[in-house]
Design a protein around this ligand. Structure first.
Ligand SMILES: Nc1ncnc2c1ncn2[C@@H]1O[C@H](COP(=O)(O)OP(=O)(O)O)[C@@H](O)[C@H]1O
Ligand SMILES: [Mg+2]
Length: 263
């Protein structure tokens, strides 16, 4: 009887653990003591930055201009090569991954979109084509819809678009690679409110439907409060505060207070 009970308890415990593991978000990206020093000046632009970015989370990076936000973001998909053993995707050192496949897994958008010459559909088909896949018209339409653009955009030329529309095309083009992580470097700071909202909506939708992990640099408090789960404040290359978006007013670092006052 005792024996039976203890077995049953053991099973319960195991079941509990399994549920816990399934429920828990795992780190999608792990950054460990990442530093960058510029040679020959010796200027330190990132200093022992360590963060875990959970799968399916939306992480906001804020901080003054020149604090290292873009440098941090660009390390994650090897736009510059971080030192070995500092950046891990799914627990694998990104140095051990082929750089092109890494960049397909970790897509990136910048402040100003740069479309390739040709039509919107050409742009969206570009990434998959590199891996020998031809997207159908239907697939192109679906990707456009994801970025809140209707199918009439497919045949338009990149240079006919507003910057907001072009940014949404750039987003659809990135999503065509079926990325697991999106890096967004001030993606809406040059955009109109409608395009800004479309991009925010897409990030939230993909978080729900695809567990897409997103890291966004933003200067907009409203944007941060609307879409991010956690905020890292970067000042002079160091993470000086970690904040919850609903507790921004509790920030204690003077730079965080300034950010809140000025935004
Ligand atoms: N490749 C580079 N060469 C020289 N200086 C750089 C380079 N990349 C970044 N910096 C400098 O590093 C600092 C951080 O830059 P950046 O990451 O772009 O900051 P942020 O995105 O927060 O504005 C700045 O002082 C910038 O001038
Ligand atoms: Mg920047």
């Amino acid at each position: 009887m005792d024996n039976h009970n203890s077995t049953s308890d053991g099973d319960d415990e195991l079941q509990h653990l399994v549920v816990k593991i399934v429920d828990e978000q795992r780190p999608k990206l792990r950054v460990s003591e990442l530093s960058r020093v510029l040679e020959p000046s010796g200027l330190s632009i990132l200093s022992e930055v360590s963060v875990e970015i959970l799968e399916g989370s939306v992480v906001g990076i804020i901080g003054p201009s020149g604090s290292g936000k873009s440098t941090f973001l660009r390390a994650l998909n090897r736009m510059w090569d971080p030192p070995k053993h500092t950046v891990f995707l799914d627990n694998q050192d990104i140095h051990d991954l082929d750089v092109l496949s890494l960049r397909r897994k970790i897509g990136m958008l910048f402040q100003v979109p740069a479309l390739f010459p040709g039509t919107v559909a050409d742009n969206i088909r570009y990434g998959p084509k590199l891996t020998g896949k031809k997207l159908s018209d239907d697939e192109v339409t679906k990707l456009l819809a994801l970025a809140d653009l209707d199918s009439s955009f497919a045949s338009k030329n990149g240079n006919e678009l507003s910057v907001g529309q072009a940014q949404r095309v750039a987003l659809a083009r990135t999503l065509a690679n079926d990325p697991e992580v999106l890096l967004l470097d001030e993606p809406t700071s040059a955009l109109d409110p409608i395009s800004t909202q479309a991009i925010e909506d897409t990030i939230l939708k993909l978080k729900k439907t695809h567990k897409l992990t997103t890291v966004i640099v933003s200067h907009s408090v409203r944007q941060i409060q609307r879409i991010v789960d956690i905020i890292y404040l970067l000042v002079e290359g160091k993470i000086v505060e970690v904040l919850r978006p609903d507790r921004l007013s509790e920030a204690s670092h003077p730079m965080a207070r300034k950010f809140l006052e000025l935004s």
